[in-house]
Design a protein around this ligand. Structure first.
Ligand code: ATP
Ligand code: MG
Length: 569
């Protein structure tokens, strides 16, 4: 490829809408152009990277025994009605109608589609296990599309689905995918970590997310410094903390004017914060949910969703609080009817004594409230968020937190879809059974963004060789100098012939401009040939990641030397 012909329009200014570095660099380096919010044109350099990631994914999926196929993007509403998700998927689903007024959606995922496909043709235990996958654009009308390819509304996903006779079979299929994902992200050159993930209503340890460690990640993970426990904070289980025993005192109402936060209240009443309880109010399809955790703890939204069995929650408006007989800033569990309003209290709160909490009345709090005696929740559950300093749920050791980008997820579905959609088979004894399923996704386009988030510096991208758009850039520094330019052209041809993906910057530009673009695009190796290097009988090779420079003799085997350098990167 010649830079003079390459469609990679670079930008000098960082576009204002781009908040994260991967988005900024992809726009600046001419990888990406926006079509609509969360939807992008992938320009040739980006497309090369995406195809490389896809190929690594494909090779590892094939090696693990999965078979590639392709299902339609447009999916009929009927199958989603059958699984029960047409109603619950909500606004994230792009919906459309055909000329006969029949309803369809653009696939956000393909569990229904694949279950419908497999149930039609797989009838016997002899046809199982089976794992099929596709690499395709997915559509989700995200509430907040942002960060470029990290959270798009149209994005590329590899989705695989396994079908087994029983749970033991599912365990095998799951492990195969887990191991394949480990190889995929290792081959992509990424620093990542598989973590235990929330598996919603299914519960248990039925899911792992693969997280690329990066500060810009939207996910928060916790990991133990002593054992190999690692989990999404949404999922991390917590021990109940038992407060030391105390004699229950009588409830007292106290004035707490202008104390809006739990810190204000504790300061005003001179109470330790671990004697207080704070509230978070959510609205959901089941109505208001009042959640209570200890004053120094935070509420884990995902655990609330799982406990109550709702699809999503959002912060509740004041009018809902008024209806339930409470008021923002002064919410408390005492006097709220748990039959009428859903009250979820963290298990640790139930072990506290003589607590301070809101009095459900503007400007007042209650002292000496005792769970059990003074209130009964609708649900008692582990709903708090793990914090630094909490003991590891597995070994009791020290935990740390980090941010991550979820690039893949493996998930045991068990019989959720096969039962709802009657995807059954006949076992050895002729008995009809639901297939036991798993699903496995890799965000191909998000992986590209994650690779940039993890590999960049002030000058631009630094591609891991395996997924770089090209491996080597040859720069003739002075296109007016015929001899060195001819030599550069010859080296370019030799590299290509040797099977190395090479670009030549044949533009009539100053060397500074060429070097800047080379760094911005982040070719792993840059080869420079000019009148000076030629006079010395050498070419210059620079490693993008380390800045290391080597002068290789032109009469030596520089192709092998370059190949070896690439292999080491
Ligand atoms: P998230 O929690 O980030 O919204 P998800 O858990 O809904 O993602 P899955 O349904 O597990 O996503 O999809 C499989 C993979 O697809 C994810 O691991 C992620 O890499 C990718 N992905 C999901 N949503 C998006 C998106 N909006 N843009 C880009 N990639 C996405
Ligand atoms: Mg996920």
């Amino acid at each position: 490829m010649r830079v003079s012909k390459m469609f990679a329009p670079t930008l000098r200014e960082v576009p204002a809408e781009a908040e994260v570095v991967s988005h900024q660099l992809m726009l600046r380096a001419g990888f990406l152009r926006k079509s609509a919010g969360g939807m992008y044109n992938y320009l040739p350099l980006a497309w090369r990277v995406l195809k490389k990631i896809e190929n690594i994914v494909r090779e590892e999926m094939d090696a693990s025994g999965a078979q590639e196929l392709l299902m339609p993007i447009v999916q009929p509403a009927e199958i989603w009605q059958e699984s029960g998700r047409w109603g619950v998927y909500g606004e994230e689903m792009f919906r459309l109608k055909d000329r006969h007024n029949r309803e369809f959606c653009l696939g956000p995922t393909h569990e229904e589609m694949v279950t419908n496909l497999i149930r039609g043709d797989v009838r016997s235990y002899r046809q199982l296990p089976l794992n099929v996958y596709q690499i395709q654009n997915k559509f989700r009308d995200e509430r907040r599309p942002r960060f470029g390819l990290m959270r798009g509304r149209e994005f590329i996903m590899k989705d695989a689905y396994s079908f087994d006779r029983d749970e033991a079979g599912l365990d095998v299929s799951y492990k195969l995918m887990y191991d394949a994902y480990t190889r995929i992200f290792t081959r992509c050159g990424l620093t990542f970590r598989p973590v235990e993930a929330d598996s919603g209503a299914i519960g248990g340890s039925g899911s792992h997310e693969f997280m690329v460690i990066a500060d810009s990640g939207e996910a928060e993970i916790v990991y133990c410094n002593e054992c190999n426990y690692a989990a999404n904070v949404e999922k991390a289980e917590l021990h109940v903390i038992e407060a030391p025993a105390e004699e229950a005192k009588a409830v007292e109402e106290v004035k707490t004017p202008d104390c809006k936060t739990i810190a204000d209240v504790c300061a005003y009443l001179q109470l330790p914060v671990d004697k207080s309880v704070k509230a978070v109010a959510f609205n959901s399809e089941k109505g208001l949910i009042l959640c209570f955790v200890r004053g120094d703890h935070e509420v884990n939204e995902v655990k609330v969703i799982n406990t109550v069995g709702v699809n999503e929650v959002e912060m509740a408006e004041e009018s809902l609080l008024t209806e339930a007989g409470t008021v923002g800033g002064y919410m408390g569990p005492v006097g709220i009817d748990p039959e009428k309003t859903i009250v979820v209290v963290d298990s640790t709160v139930m072990k506290m004594h003589n607590i301070c909490c809101g009095a459900n009345k503007e400007g007042y709090h209650l002292l000496n409230v005792n769970p059990g005696r003074d209130f009964t929740p609708t649900y008692v559950a582990d709903i708090r968020l793990i914090q630094e300093g909490d003991p590891c749920p597995h070994c009791g050791g020290n935990v740390s937190k980090a941010r991550g980008i979820e690039v893949g997820q493996v998930f045991k579905l068990f019989t959720k879809y096969s039962e709802a959609m009657h995807a059954t088979f006949l076992d050895e004894n002729g008995k009809e059974k639901p297939m036991v399923m798993g699903c496995y996704g890799v965000g191909v386009s998000r992986t590209m963004a994650a690779a940039i988030e993890q590999n960049n510096d002030k000058d631009g991208m630094i591609w891991p060789v395996a997924i770089a758009p090209y491996e080597v850039l040859v720069v003739p520094v002075n296109t007016k100098d015929e001899a060195s330019t001819q030599k550069a052209e010859a080296i370019y041809e030799e590299l290509k012939k040797a099977g190395i993906e090479t670009v030549i910057d044949d533009r009539n530009e100053r060397p500074g401009v060429k070097f800047k673009d080379a760094d911005l695009i982040g070719y792993p190796l840059r080869v420079v040939v000019g009148p000076k290097t030629l006079a010395e009988g050498k070419l210059e090779v620079k490693v993008r990641r380390t800045g290391e420079v080597q002068m290789l003799p032109l009469d030596g085997d520089y192709i092998t030397a370059i190949r070896e350098l690439l292999a080491k990167l």
